[in-house]
Write a protein that binds this ligand. Structure first.
Ligand SMILES: [Fe+2]
Ligand SMILES: [Fe+2]
Length: 362
């Protein structure tokens, strides 16, 4: 369909590619029926954390953003990075706003409202940075025209929890790397990542709490769904980032080492709530993901050809990716125990336990 009134970037963001950020919708009435009373005090504590609004003054651009970026390295890849990030942030903003609209529990409503505030701020900050580079991504158009993917509530929880935590891991890993080698700071926006990713970490803390408040989400057959979502999130990022190796190289990062660091960190963090995670230390694990990257590279090389042989080869390679992912899924999972469980982030508040109001009043 021709949409001539839309900028090329908006149109691109609307395209439904398999590996692109999506917009989600769910069964809000079912979520509204959840009872969180067993952990109510902890929910109220985390709500107060969000109310604190630690990053209220953080997302303000300075004069460094006014520089001319016409000749910056990997400019088009950087724009694509902004576009994907902005779409993902905006997707969170909309989903959390819908939750606020549909839920009756006052604590949950407040939390989703604060999280939507944060994601809206993140999307806006990226969007302005795109405008600096003369790229227009119309969030209003995205809102009304992008297709929504329906996920059952529990799948929304597994997927959103992981996307918040892997978002944290991605931003903090880039930030720390750029601190070590400032030559890689190809744009000032990377200097904002440290505080930024703490918002994502906090959002993930909420979803961790939400899953803990519904213990059946973490037991029996659902353990298989947990492993499925871990693998889907890791493999999607790995294949996506392999395609963008020159962007990461411009930041001074080796995409493969970067992705493996991010996956290890996310996997460790997720032991805070998941009774099983993926065996990232089993050599077969990254060996399989590397094989998927190689198949994907061959598929893309075949894309220019339209002959039946190329189509058949490409189908065979896609099947090979599926087989690799299945055998990765079947590797013996890592079972969480007290010794391996993630204990929290340094300098980041953990729930102090009930009785905090008395403690504050004293
Ligand atoms: Fe965000
Ligand atoms: Fe977030």
């Amino acid at each position: 369909m021709e949409m001539p009134e839309l900028s090329g970037t908006t149109r691109h963001a609307l395209q439904e590619a398999v590996l692109s950020p999506r917009f989600y919708t769910t069964d809000f009435a079912a979520i509204d029926r959840l009872n969180i009373d067993a952990l109510r005090d902890e929910f109220e504590w985390i709500r107060d954390e969000f109310a604190h609004d630690y990053n209220k003054g953080h997302f303000v651009r300075n004069e460094e953003f006014n520089a001319n970026f016409d000749d910056m390295p990997v400019r088009s890849q950087f724009i694509e990075f902004l576009e994907r990030s902005c779409t993902a942030e905006f997707s969170g903003c909309l989903l959390y706003a819908e939750m606020t609209k549909h839920l009756k529990d006052p604590t949950l409503r407040a939390i989703f409202k604060y999280m939507s505030r944060d994601e809206g701020r993140h999307a806006g900050f990226l969007n302005k940075t795109m405008a600096d580079l003369n790229v227009e991504l119309d969030l209003g158009v995205l809102h009304t025209r992008k297709k929504y993917t329906y996920f059952k509530p529990k799948f929304i929880f597994y997927a959103t929890y992981l996307s918040e935590k892997i978002g944290y891991a991605r931003y903090i890993t880039i930030y720390r790397q750029l601190q070590k080698q400032p030559n890689g700071i190809i744009h000032p926006i990377f200097k904002w990542f440290e505080e930024w990713c703490q918002d994502e970490y906090r959002h993930g803390e909420f979803f961790s709490l939400l899953m803990r408040s519904q213990p059946e989400l973490l037991s029996r057959a659902n353990r298989r769904w947990i492993r499925f979502f871990l693998l889907a999130v890791y493999a999607t990022m790995y294949i996506n980032d392999a395609r963008r190796n020159d962007f990461y190289a411009a930041l001074g990062l080796n995409w493969r080492e970067y992705d493996q660091d991010v996956i290890r960190l996310t996997n460790h963090i997720s032991t805070q709530v998941y009774p099983v995670t993926l065996p990232v230390d089993n050599p077969q694990f990254f060996h399989n993901l590397d094989a998927c990257v190689e198949y994907d590279r061959k598929i893309r090389a075949l894309e220019k050809r339209k002959d039946p042989i190329a189509i058949a080869q490409s189908a065979r390679l896609r099947a090979a990716i599926g087989t690799r992912l299945l055998s990765t899924y079947r590797l013996q999972p890592a079972v969480t125990n007290e010794a391996t469980r993630w204990k929290g982030l340094d300098g980041f508040p953990n729930y102090p336990g009930p009785g905090r109001e008395r403690a504050t009043a004293a």
